[in-house]
Write a protein that binds this ligand. Structure first.
Ligand SMILES: Nc1ncnc2c1ncn2[C@@H]1O[C@H](COP(=O)(O)OP(=O)(O)OP(=O)(O)O)[C@@H](O)[C@H]1O
Length: 240
């Protein structure tokens, strides 16, 4: 299912934070939303998953205009700040969130075993989340996001604060989801992560300053560093 955004705008109070965005995310690809803090990445994800209404414009998943309940059920979302229950174990959290889906108890238990294995938390299934490290919490959040086998995964800074070794493991996991046909929309301000993605949407002050395949984006830079494209945007803003 492709995702098509057309003239999407969003304000908070009098501040326009998403400024007339139009672009399309291709099914089966990894698309990263890149941008400095405050550029609008989380807001854009919230608009796409139907957590926030757009002020104007349309968001379509395939032929369906959002929000649409049937489509929403096919999405997985990993928020920037872990939405976990500290006083429950990893298993308890998965059981709770799994209970929100129409999955039979036995099938849910089997799926919990599967996702714990995918994120390498099987040995910690009984541990309370309050005793988890930041990286373990991220992996548990990811397990929750994939519990219902979503077709499209929205990941909001999934590797923020994660060490490079674990980050590499997590990205390997994303690539394996992609190989199984999952579309992934991932926000990051770690510029190095862009090479893991098929396309990059560069956001600056709520505007889409670039959207292209990653090789083409890198070609547009003098140094092969994606940061250059942001420097160019900030210089042109300073001149205007
Ligand atoms: N609920 C809200 N009410 C008012 N302003 C908001 C709200 N949510 C976001 N904003 C503002 O909208 C702008 C975009 O914020 P957003 O969180 O989407 O950026 P971001 O690119 O995800 O940043 P970060 O990388 O720091 O997470 C910021 O100026 C932010 O202060």
């Amino acid at each position: 299912m492709d995702i098509q955004l057309s003239h999407v705008k969003k304000s908070f109070g009098k501040t326009l934070v998403i400024k007339d965005l139009s672009f399309a995310i291709t099914a089966g690809e990894i698309c990263c939303l890149l941008g400095p803090s405050g550029s609008g990445k989380t807001t854009l994800i919230s608009l796409m998953i139907g957590a926030l209404p757009a002020d104007s414009g349309t968001i379509r998943f395939g032929d369906t205009e959002m929000p649409d309940m049937a489509v929403l059920k096919r999405l997985g979302f990993m928020p920037q700040n872990d939405a976990l229950y500290d006083d429950l174990s990893a298993y308890g959290n998965l059981k709770f969130f799994g209970g929100l889906y129409p999955i039979k108890k036995q099938a849910l238990d089997a799926r919990i075993t599967e996702v714990l294995d995918i994120v390498e938390l099987t040995d910690h299934r009984k541990k309370l989340v309050k005793n988890f490290s930041g990286g373990m919490k991220k992996r548990l959040s990811l397990a929750i996001a994939i519990l219902h086998k979503p077709d499209i995964l929205f990941l909001d800074e999934p590797t923020a604060g994660i060490d490079p070794v674990l980050r590499r493991k997590i990205w390997k996991q994303f690539q394996s989801f992609k190989a199984q046909g999952t579309t992934i929309v991932v926000s990051t301000h770690v510029m190095d992560e862009v090479i893991e993605c098929d396309k990059g949407a560069l956001l600056y002050n709520g505007q889409l300053i670039e959207y292209d395949t990653v090789p083409k984006l890198l070609d547009k830079t003098a140094s092969g560093r994606i940061e250059d494209l942001f420097f160019a945007a900030s210089e042109s803003e300073a001149r205007s």
